[in-house]
Write a protein that binds this ligand. Sequence first.
Ligand SMILES: [Zn+2]
Length: 160
Amino acid sequence: MRFEKDIIFYINNYLVEKIGNCIKLASPNEASGYVLGNIQEINNKGDFNYNYFSSSFQCIESAKGSEISFFLDNEQKMLELQEHLIKNENLKLIAILHSHPSGTTPSSTDKHYMKHYHNSGFKNFAHLIWIIVDSQNKDMNGFVYLSNKLTQIKLIVGNY
Ligand SMILES: [Zn+2]
């Protein structure tokens, strides 16, 4: 898989705890949620770097759980959420997170949604990050579609 070192996604430790609780709540189903924050663009003489700073995590509680598709199928809802966040909290939806029973490799369903949103024509979703968490050991990895290619990004967990 392609790796993009110029995109760095920072996850604060306190969000890791919230994500862990979300996984517990959803168990035995897959957990999912939104990561909100801001994106900083750095221009080094035409060489662009992007830093994604996460500041909040919203666990999605669903009676059905498991299927990430239950909310991703509704583009209109996603757009409304995005508008609401920007207007009321001055935050952006910067990532969609979900858990896997083990491992952090995107499934074919995940790839389908990533590609779909990348090509949806909605500017806001073109560079949405997709984070997958291993339910067992809480490892996480971030992915993005860039130039129509599935790309892994750098994800850093710590105190910021
Ligand atoms: Zn998945």
